[in-house]
Design a protein around this ligand. Structure first.
Ligand code: HEC
Length: 696
């Protein structure tokens, strides 16, 4: 654990001196300074409308240049950090990989307690996108965390002691939880993920006091022979065909929720279809496949569906609508409208009437080729020329979307939405002989086009922070980034926007025009969203940094463009502070002896088999062609000792405590041997590449 409490204290004193000498505070203190009151960050999106805007303005465009590190806290992980911390009564609650929760003194970073839900390490294999966690929820002295293995745990906020725990999923199925719960009208609401492997999505709500289930609402219909849970699901079933329920169907609600207490509506974003191509899950007629890729408005007390809006009817591209939803009141066409805004993966920015679900407007915020626009009702017009059923097709956006889980922010002053956006297309290739295999990756796509990168190959990736006018539906400014998977966004009353970057910085921009005003090195990639809070008159900005998640795991050389390595830490800044930053996260140095070349070159068949098995089972974490994207160890540096023990590692579970799953239920010794031969051909500690021909 690395902290700089001593220096932080000096820095804080300095910050106070600076704050006291600022003109706003030098006026005679007739009344207590309301702007000095303590202000926390008490819910995931700060407020139920999830605007991620804070009115705090002690740090503003005129003084942000003197922002410095107040304290840091080492999360002791190399896996991705995606959490939005909460700050309540001077205590910061931040979740980390494996769903571990840390409570820290928000002024100093001093650890108060830690809760480890002891997630079985084998769960890693079910997590499409890393063993990440995006945060906790809080209510009246309790904290709630969803665990990777599907539990919802209530903790005492003071002590970290467990109050109750409930299993929210069938553990025999490949469900995971990575999203933050929300507390809504006395209930704690939680979704789940797993559509890539084959599950049926749903949302559950539990009583905050007891953990008793209040309701569960499925997002896609189940087996009609068993009867439908609601009329809404019966209506949905008419938009499916075949035996979709055998494969789960998808529609998982793995991240976004928003709540309007006045309208008494809970908004839920639902995910993609499982498998991806519609012809594999809903053959023949196809259909819209409700309620995939949709925004659902539910009654918070009952879970009953009030309205729905489907952003991608008949999804075949992994175009989830689980992306951040923001509620705001905007004047549109001379009328104040209660709207919901979302930039889902499909590339369109949507403005929807949140009372009725009526379509207001949509426009592409990134390159969109799968669709040629939207009709008067807001239904996207699909371009049939890009149907990839018969032939691979290059489509914008790719399955990562034009925007992913990284939260946006809405600034009521500028009226702009700040989107961590990108333009990363993919060649969609249907798996010709696709068969559903329970528990395996079941996307129905052949990712080998995606993995055809190699070292030194030029990779076109366009990523940017986008300031978007939701009324005019147009871009106002943008800041380009080095590579994709940059951080979520915070905007503040100081006319500021904060965003972390994949290449390891936390940056502040002027909210109105995007001019860069400040940056600090984070020593690792930043993918989570920053927060701000105020204690004893000092405003802090804080971010949970740590490179990881699906892009860093499977992006290989594209992810390496970021030039960072995973190394989770919480970084907290204040004006005039100057604590020493924690060291830059570095890749683990190669250990053991360099492997020796084989006595005779392996056959091309064996290499090809090893490559195929590697990409089928290992690529999702170790990267294409064994090129690590900066989170788990690079297998091209594997030692002779490690490769000798490959069977014990892969089949025996020798490294399971580190998050390396065992594969004894799906690989045999001769298959591990083929992978070993392939990994030997990729080793960069011994020059084997001249002796063997690397296969794809
Ligand atoms: C769910 C993610 C995941 C998958 C899938 C996965 N691994 Fe791993 N693997 C890890 C993690 C995490 C580690 C621990 C490495 C670290 O400390 O960074 C690891 C470690 C290893 C190591 C030890 C490396 C060393 O030098 O210490 C080997 C070898 C390895 N994995 C091989 C494989 C092979 C072969 C496959 C496919 C059959 C595979 N892994 C699939 C996550 C994964």
């Amino acid at each position: 654990m690395r902290r700089r409490a001593g220096r932080a204290a000096i820095a804080l004193a300095l910050a106070l001196v600076l704050a006291l000498s600022a003109p706003a505070c030098s006026r005679p203190p007739v009344a207590p300074d309301a702007s000095a009151a303590d202000v926390g960050w008490t819910a995931h999106g700060r407020t139920p409308d999830e605007q991620r805007y804070s009115p705090l303005a002690r740090i503003d465009e005129t003084n942000v240049a003197s922002l410095g590190l107040a304290w840091s806290f080492d999360l002791e992980t190399r896996h991705g950090v995606e959490a939005t911390p909460l700050v309540i009564d001077g205590v910061m609650f931040v979740s980390a990989p494996w769903s571990v929760v840390h409570a820290l003194d928000a002024k100093t970073g001093r650890p108060l307690w830690q809760f480890d839900p002891a997630v079985p390490r084998a769960t890693a294999r079910k997590a499409c996108c890393g063993i990440v966690n995006r945060g906790v929820a809080a209510d009246a002295g309790r904290l709630f965390v969803g665990t990777l293995d599907g539990r919802l745990v209530a903790l005492d906020a003071k002590s970290g002691a467990k109050r109750w725990e409930t299993q929210t999923v069938d553990p025999s199925q490949p469900y995971t939880i990575t999203g933050a719960p929300r507390v809504v009208a006395g209930l704690v609401v939680i979704g789940n993920g797993g559509a890539e492997l084959g599950v049926r999505g749903y949302v559950s709500a539990y009583h905050v006091e007891t953990g008793e289930l209040a309701w569960r609402t499925y997002t896609v219909p189940g087996d009609p022979a068993k009867g439908f849970e609601s009329p809404a699901l019966e209506r949905a079933a008419a938009t499916w065909s075949g035996e979709w329920w055998m494969m789960g169907g998808g529609g998982t609600a793995w991240d976004a929720f928003a709540w309007d207490p006045e309208l008494d509506l809970l908004y839920v974003g639902t995910g993609n279809g499982g498998p991806f191509p519609i012809w594999t899950r809903s053959p023949g007629a196809g259909g819209d496949n409700l309620y995939l890729s949709s925004i659902l408005a539910l009654r918070p007390k009952t879970g009953e569906l009030v309205w729905h809006f489907q952003t991608t009817p008949g999804d075949s591209w992994d175009y989830t609508a689980t992306q951040h939803m923001i509620l705001a009141d905007l004047e549109i066409g001379g009328r104040l409208r209660k709207v919901l805004m979302q930039a889902p993966k499909n590339g369109y920015f949507w403005v929807i009437d949140r009372e009725t679900g009526e379509f207001i407007s949509a426009a592409p915020y990134t390159t969109v080729t799968w669709s040629k626009g939207v009709d008067a009702k807001g239904r996207p017009i699909v371009d049939p020329a890009l149907d990839y059923r018969e032939q691979p097709k290059l489509v914008h956006p790719g399955p990562a979307g034009g925007h992913n889980w990284q939260p946006m922010s809405f600034h009521p002053g500028t009226g702009l939405v700040y989107i961590p956006a990108f333009d990363v297309p993919m060649v969609f290739t249907a798996k010709p002989d696709f068969r559903f295999r329970p528990g395996f990756e079941n996307t129905g796509l052949d990712f080998r086009n995606f993995i055809a990168f190699d070292e030194g190959q030029k990779i076109e990736i366009d990523a940017f922070l986008l300031a978007w006018d939701p009324i005019a539906q147009r871009e106002v400014w943008r800041v380009p980034h080095v590579t994709t998977n940059n951080g979520g966004v915070l905007s503040t009353g100081g006319n500021l926007v904060f965003q972390g970057t994949a290449d390891g910085r936390l940056v502040a921009y002027r909210a109105s025009d995007g001019e860069k005003l400040w940056e600090a090195p984070a020593g690792t990639g930043v993918i989570a969203a920053p927060i701000t809070y105020q204690i004893d008159g000092v405003q802090y900005v804080s971010v949970a940094a740590g490179w990881g998640g699906s892009f860093a795991l499977s992006g290989g050389p594209a992810a390496l463009l970021a030039g960072v390595w995973g190394g989770g830490r919480v970084l907290t800044y204040a004006l005039g502070a100057h604590a020493e930053p924690p060291p830059k996260a570095m890749p683990p140095p190669p250990t053991g002896h360099a492997p020796k070349p084989p006595a005779s070159p392996p056959s091309a068949d064996l290499l090809a088999r090893g490559s195929f098995l590697y990409h089928d089972h290992c690529m999702a974490c170790h990267g294409p062609k064994a090129i690590s994207g900066g989170t788990v160890v690079d297998l091209r540096d594997a030692s002779a000792e490690t490769l000798d023990r490959l069977e014990a590692i892969v089949l025996g579970g020798e490294r399971e405590p580190l998050g390396m799953p065992r594969f004894d239920d799906r690989l045999k010794a001769d298959e591990v041997e083929a992978i070993r031969v392939y990994l030997l051909s990729r080793n960069r500690r011994t020059d084997l590449r001249s002796a063997t021909t690397p296969a794809n």
